[in-house]
Design a binder for this molecule. Structure first.
Ligand SMILES: [Zn+2]
Length: 139
């Protein structure tokens, strides 16, 4: 690490850290990754920064039933909904045409308009099932 890296804003630090992985990661996972690299940012600063980045659309968030909110940089290509591994945070984009049609139909039946579907699917990936991934404690 260079001296200039220490002077990066929390936003830059968090964005840099997020760029190192395509997995969804929790606030504490990102906090400890920064701490491992000797970056000083409090847990609350990391949390606030991730929330702001998610609000701005640069970062996407999912809610994992076992770990709460998890974040990653938004991919350039269209993504989501995701099938997210609760063991390691791996996310696979799944086709959503049927889901969108179902959402519009249900909304129309109830008289809703401008509905934006939000679907999250959780499970365990093959590596986590077989024990290849050894990071279940993070989630
Ligand atoms: Zn997994």
């Amino acid at each position: 690490m260079t001296g200039s890296a220490r002077r990066l804003s929390p936003r830059s630090l968090v964005q840099r850290e997020l760029a190192t992985s395509e997995r969804f990661r929790t606030v504490s996972e990102i906090y400890f990754a920064l701490a491992d690299r000797k970056h000083r940012a409090s847990l609350s600063t990391v949390y606030r920064t991730l929330t702001k980045l998610a609000d701005s659309g640069l970062v996407e968030a999912v809610h994992l039933p076992t770990a709460g909110q998890a974040y990653r940089l938004r991919p350039r290509e269209a993504a989501g909904p995701y099938l997210v591994c609760v063991g390691c945070g791996t996310a696979i984009s799944v086709p959503s045409a049927d889901l969108a049609a179902w959402g519009r139909a249900v909304a129309a039946q109830q008289g809703f308009s401008d509905v934006r579907p939000r679907v999250e699917l959780w499970g365990r990936c093959k590596d986590c099932q077989s024990g290849v991934n050894d990071n279940d404690s993070q989630f």
